[in-house]
Design a protein around this ligand. Sequence first.
Ligand code: AMP
Ligand code: MG
Length: 472
Amino acid sequence: MPLTFDFDNSYAALPDAFFATQMPTAVHGPELLAFNEDLAHLLRIHAGTPAEMAEVFGGNRLPEGAAPIAQLYAGHQFGTFNPQLGDGRAILLGEVVDRDGQRRDIQLKGSGPTPFSRMGDGRAWLGPVLREYVVSEAMHALGIPTTRALAAVATGETVYREAALPGAVLTRVARSHLRVGTFQVFAARRQTAHLRRLTDYAIARHYPQAEGPMGLLRAVRDAQAKLIAAWMSVGFIHGVMNTDNVSIAGETIDYGPCAFLDTYHPDTVFSSIDRGGRYAYSNQPDIAVWNLAQLATALIHQLDDPAAAVEEATEIVHAMPALIEAALLNRYREKLGLTDARDGDARLVDDLLDRMTTQQADFTNTFRAIGTPAARDQFTDPAAYDAWARDWQARIGDMPDAQARIRAANPALIPRNHRIEQMIQAAVTGDLAPFHRLCAALRAPFDPAPDTADLAHPPTPDEVVPATFCGT
Ligand code: AMP
Ligand code: MG
């Protein structure tokens, strides 16, 4: 049986101004590198032969029922508004409704130029494609809302970045590709009818219970607040939280210069282009609020009484910091094995994080080991942990199942940046074994197989990757 999709396309039925019809550009030597069978099953996609899948996921052959389009959007990039971005190297093949009744986009990323490519070549190189594949699937296994990776194909073509690099195409799956920037483009152009149409579409697709633009704003706020708290709780740094990379559905999207903390420090930045630290680890809650304010500003343009709406929108946005903080505190309570909320919990968490900062403790390994002797080994001066552990012990009391809860709330495995870099280096030489090994190990982050112990180690000094390049 050939590779088949049960497409049911809704975005392509929106007004022409929302997108450009665009075929993927064929590549010379498509070769299937990875195919996510579990995800394909969820999407009711029937797998084909590797050659057939390479053709389809490389963009050389359009599957039946596809309606290929590049979506229009705008966005604030590092705080500066860019009135037109759009899918410069991504093409939405179409949508399917999965086994859970969830509508999902199937998009090729790196599939050639579109009318929105500006100066870009429309392509991606192998490194970022495999990074996104590994990290997005790892996020999914961690239980964090995210776009997913269905396939990776090598193009057999060269892509020119800081060097000549092998090209690749990622097939990305998302609840939608609606972004804050999708609203911004119509607001900036004063295209009120389009803005209303988009708002109705977003509500129907993602938040059918939401009432009107302000109801949508509230729903996006709640989803984003939970998402940011989830990121923080695993030490994830997105790296490029521009408004075009903020999903209305509340999924993590666009894995460019993202990375996970090894040693804990709130000011950590990995992205080589983030010189001011705008998207530093601990800045993510503030930036999420700033991004929501941009959505509020865009949504207000469609209202008959904008002045009244400003007040409501302000109230919605102003409530977000406390929502993120509360969601994050709950995450930390779980990470510490606590089952109830008490005054003083925030102080207990902050005290631990302060000590981890000065003691250069590994974020993931410290939390995984809370309450065991291994935790103190994470601290340069173990006495700094012991002092905190006495307070924690007093708080948690005599809870026999605390260790099991801590292990269920704290992953042993995260996609560590040095492992990702090593995996990419191997892949460039044609060795995909580290890629497949990472994918397999990160499927069970809370319950790791014994032969994955090395993947839990923080980088040795010469393995540390100081910056992740955005040259995607
Ligand atoms: P990003 O920073 O990856 O979210 O991308 C920002 C914008 O640049 C989006 O509109 C992308 O489609 C576009 N873009 C990024 N890389 C390329 C490329 N190689 N060719 C064309 N457009 C690109
Ligand atoms: Mg983007």
